[in-house]
Design a binder for this molecule. Structure first.
Ligand SMILES: NC(=O)c1ccc[n+]([C@@H]2O[C@H](COP(=O)([O-])OP(=O)(O)OC[C@H]3O[C@@H](n4cnc5c(N)ncnc54)[C@H](OP(=O)(O)O)[C@@H]3O)[C@@H](O)[C@H]2O)c1
Length: 251
């Protein structure tokens, strides 16, 4: 995930010499970006540190790097790791902020949900928001308790969208369409519909109504999705299960 973010920053004009990556494998990341296998010294003044390892690694990695991150602003993309927990692990760090990105950040079409701990001032908030802007939509959360739900919605969301496209294609194939053709049609339809919706001021519910004339074909299909509120009920179950799994993994 951090690699996808860095890829987009570079594509948007970040000077590779200003980025430094620490990863145990030491594998190269991009032309001109310095890669180290351990954080052996403090970053230069004015730098911020993005934490991009797995949440389960927090307890083992933090003791090794915290001494080098005194007064350094931290941005964590670790799902489920609260700012209070991060502060416990990085007591001397600068302001701590959380960011929940999703994979389309790689093409500047992602979502970054942001939350700043109370001790993070305006300059840190503005700097992090400006950093995330080239990645896509930036949304601030006022309540950290909502972070797990937002992680389920937009962090995991691309997987759900892929599953929907696949299910649409599989359903069409089941009814007789050639599977590869069904996949192409389903993907292009969802892609085009999402792009059109993003350019329209009307909400998606109104756009659906606009496509469905009374007594027509589309209306009959929407009636199937809407019956007993079944689509919303299914998606609420999906989000609840995803959110609760995140909570369980971090408790
Ligand atoms: N995947 C998503 O869609 C998504 C979305 C939102 C947030 N996130 C968050 O992103 C984080 C990473 O997830 P991921 O899917 O990107 O996992 P990943 O592909 O396995 O990447 C984990 C990275 O952590 C590095 N790492 C491992 N041990 C380290 C250490 N001791 N010090 C520094 N770096 C270390 C790895 O380096 P090497 O490559 O050298 O092994 C690797 O680059 C998680 O906290 C997750 O919650 C992921």
């Amino acid at each position: 995930m951090a690699g996808a973010m860095l890829g987009r920053w570079l594509a948007a004009g970040l000077d590779p010499a200003r980025a430094r990556v620490v990863r145990p494998s030491g594998r190269p990341v991009a032309q001109g970006v310095r890669v180290e296998s351990v954080l052996g010294a403090a970053p230069p003044p004015g730098a911020l540190c993005l934490l991009g390892f797995k949440p389960q690694q927090l307890g083992t990695i933090a003791p090794a790097i915290a001494p080098h991150l005194v007064d350094v602003p931290l941005v964590s993309i670790l799902a489920g790791a609260t700012t209070a927990r991060l502060r416990d692990h990085f007591p001397g760090a600068g302001p701590i902020l959380r960011c929940m990105p999703n994979l389309p950040v790689a093409i500047g079409e992602g979502v970054c949900a942001l939350y700043a701990a109370h001790d993070a001032g305006e300059p840190a908030r503005n700097a992090v928001a400006a950093l995330m802007r080239p990645l896509g939509l930036v949304e601030w959360l006022d309540d950290e308790a909502q972070f797990d739900l937002v992680t389920a919605l937009s962090g995991s969301g691309p997987a759900f969208a892929y599953r929907f496209i696949d299910a649409l294609a599989s359903a069409a194939a089941r009814l007789g369409l050639e599977p590869d053709q069904a996949r192409r049609l389903a993907l292009a339809t969802v892609n085009g519909a999402a792009q059109l919706a993003a350019r329209d001021t009307r909400p998606p519910a109104a756009l659906a109504e606009a496509v469905a004339s009374p007594g027509g074909m589309t209306r009959r299909g929407l009636d199937v999705l809407d019956a007993d509120d079944r689509l919303v009920t299914l998606l609420a179950d999906m989000l609840r299960a995803t959110r609760d799994r995140g909570r369980a993994l971090n408790s």
